[in-house]
Design a protein. Structure first.
Length: 349
């Protein structure tokens, strides 16, 4: 018999599924940890006839305001009627007695997640270009959603979003850190004095990148689902753009995570072209992109430090965590280098 992965109690879930999840009966459940995802845990759940996906927080070191299953469930529900592709959601359980932590259940979609540079390199030049453009176009469509019409008007507090988040990530750093890194504090100081004069409001994904999307199995140029909404909120949409740009990389930026450095792979457009396409599709000005690049590096370094902390505690499931500590340093130092070279005076030393 296959071993049940840690983080799911299949006997208790069996009763919950039978009562709350469409298609489920009182049949034994089986679970498999889905590879990928370095924060919240994702499992494939099957009863032999149907398949679903269950999302829950990590096993330990769950930080305040992070890993909120209700937020993921709500944004997926709100986006269901829009032109942003998302999985259907079935149930949200906020009772930790059922499975040790809150969780939600969504449909299991049949598609392909391109997780790393090896898989990125398998696409033909035409597929790589179409996949790249689709990534940008879906992001622009997300940022164009009328969040009030989607029932998400109170999903976040757009006013003061950047200022509040610089402070919030600073607090997360203090809660996460496994060592002192003065570069993180320096990034916070630079960002706090360089806020853009104009900030738009939109639904923000919070961690938008290629491996948080699923493409059609027969067409990598068509996204069938955007996944991993744990950091979604209402805020400045250019924070998504800056983060995508950091993941995309450029020839002068070393890839420090599996899905980074896209632009250095044959067939994928350079970062400048990706940014130009977003500006055209969205109608937004990217003159202050450097701020968002630095912010993205700062935020991502702190997120990865949290993953590194869980790894040191032995509370990660899956593989690929051993290099996270070094990635934190690389991300922060790259962000500081961007700040030092920026045309935005307040970002420079």
């Amino acid at each position: 018999m296959p071993t049940t992965p840690e983080g799911v109690d299949l006997e208790r879930l069996r009763a919950y599924f039978a009562a709350n999840v469409e298609g489920a009966g009182d049949r034994p459940l089986h679970a498999e940890l889905i590879s990928g995802g370095r924060s919240n845990l994702t499992y494939a759940i099957s009863d032999g006839e149907h398949e679903w996906v269950l999302r829950r927080p990590p096993l330990a070191h769950v930080l305040e305001t992070a890993h909120d299953m209700g937020r993921e469930y709500r944004v997926l529900s709100g986006l269901a009627g829009t032109d942003v592709p998302v999985p259907r959601v079935y149930a949200l359980c906020d009772d930790p007695s059922v499975n040790g932590a809150p969780f939600y259940v969504m449909e299991r979609m049949n598609g392909r997640i391109i997780r790393n540079r090896t898989q990125l390199a398998e696409l033909t030049p035409d597929e790589a270009q179409r996949c790249s453009y689709e990534i940008v176009d879906v992001l622009a469509r997300l940022h164009a959603v009328d969040y009030d019409a989607a029932g998400l008007g109170d999903f976040g507090r757009p006013t003061g979003f950047l200022e509040r988040n610089i402070r919030r990530w600073g607090k997360q750093w203090e809660a996460n850190k496994t060592r002192e890194l003065p570069v993180i504090d320096e990034l916070a100081r630079r960002l706090a004095r360089a806020f853009p004069a104009h900030q738009d409001n939109a639904i923000v994904h919070g961690d938008y990148r290629i491996d948080n999307t699923m493409v059609a199995t027969d067409d990598p140029g068509r996204i069938i689902a955007v996944l991993d909404w744990e950091m979604s909120t209402l805020g400045d949409p250019l924070t998504d753009v800056g983060l995508l740009a950091v993941y995309w990389g450029d020839p002068d930026t070393e890839a420090v995570l599996g899905s980074q450095g896209v632009s250095t792979i044959a067939g994928y457009p350079p970062r400048d072209e990706i940014m130009e396409r977003y500006a055209k599709q969205s109608g937004r000005d990217l003159d202050e992109l450097d701020f968002y690049l630095v912010y993205a590096g700062y935020k991502l370094a702190i997120i990865v430090e949290g993953i590194h902390a869980r790894y040191l505690m032995g509370k990660t499931l899956g593989e690929g965590f051993e290099d996270m500590g070094d990635a934190v340093v690389s991300l922060a130092e790259t962000a500081l280098d961007t700040a030092n070279r920026s045309s935005i005076k307040a970002l420079r030393a």
